[in-house]
Ligand binder design. Structure first.
Ligand SMILES: Nc1ncnc2c1ncn2[C@@H]1O[C@H](COP(=O)(O)OP(=O)(O)O)[C@@H](O)[C@H]1O
Ligand SMILES: O=C(O)[C@H](O)[C@@H](O)[C@H](O)[C@H](O)COP(=O)(O)O
Length: 215
């Protein structure tokens, strides 16, 4: 079973497995022998730094990195490239694909993985959360990269070679449902600093969270 406690240090509610499922039976194991496998979902609107942070974090943690943008069907990419925001219906299959990719990474032996996915709405995050039901040692955590619309507009304008142009930023903020404190599995990171400081801050917060869980 998973139990939840609030941590002042990492700012998230942490879950600690007290048991694992083996062949349909629940077997209790000492906490210190548990190795948690994390699915770290790096979220936030276009331009918040998902790819830049995820790439850095995956290297630091030595985990595979799944770039969400690579799994959009061509129809979605064409819409976005033409400045047309995606609808819920455009997104469901994509979200499921990303969840499956993350689970497959763990099934093929990875100790965890890092995934980029804007996950703008709570119900999108809920689709991904289902991966945490795979096994008691699998934990889904969201890293929400928080920034103002104005700042992201500036960053997307300056970004080259991407189908998502600055005309899409406003619609991303219209769709955005910022995670609140009832979403206990979210680490919120302010991304107004320079890239290196944000990459380090996000990694620090993730490591802090892992440390809390191991206690
Ligand atoms: N903290 C930051 N400070 C300055 N520029 C940043 C920062 N984070 C990302 N960028 C730049 O902003 C653009 C968008 O970042 P990116 O990682 O592609 O965001 P996303 O994947 O969320 O759309 C890129 O050109 C990136 O180099
Ligand atoms: O790099 C970016 O600009 C974003 O990652 C971008 O590509 C987008 O956010 C989604 O992949 C589209 O899906 P949503 O409309 O659900 O954000």
């Amino acid at each position: 079973m998973l139990s939840y406690t609030y941590s002042e240090k990492s700012g998230v509610h942490v879950s600690t497995p007290s048991a694992i499922h083996t062949m349909g039976k629940v077997q209790s194991i000492p906490k210190h022998e548990t190795r948690l496998r994390h699915i770290w979902i790096i979220t936030g609107p276009a331009g918040c730094g998902k790819s830049s942070v995820a790439d850095f974090l995956a290297k630091r943690l030595n985990l595979p990195y799944i770039e969400g943008d690579e799994f959009h069907p061509r129809s979605n990419v064409e819409k976005m490239a033409n400045g047309i925001p995606l609808t819920d219906d455009d997104r469901w299959d994509w979200l499921e694909t990303l969840r499956n990719k993350a689970v497959e990474a763990l099934e093929s032996g990875a100790e965890g993985c890092v995934v980029t996915c804007s996950c703008l709405k709570r119900r999108y995050r809920d689709v991904i959360r289902i991966a945490g039901r795979e096994a008691d040692d699998v934990i889904v955590r969201f890293v929400y990269l928080r920034a103002s619309e104005e700042l992201l507009l500036k960053r997307v304008k300056a970004r080259k070679n991407h189908y998502m142009k600055d005309d899409m930023v406003h619609s991303q903020f219209t769709a955005l449902e910022e995670p609140d404190e009832s979403e206990m599995d979210v680490i919120s990171v302010d991304v107004s600093g320079n890239l290196a400081s944000v990459q380090n801050l996000a990694t620090e917060r993730v490591r802090g969270c892992m440390e809390e869980e191991s206690q």
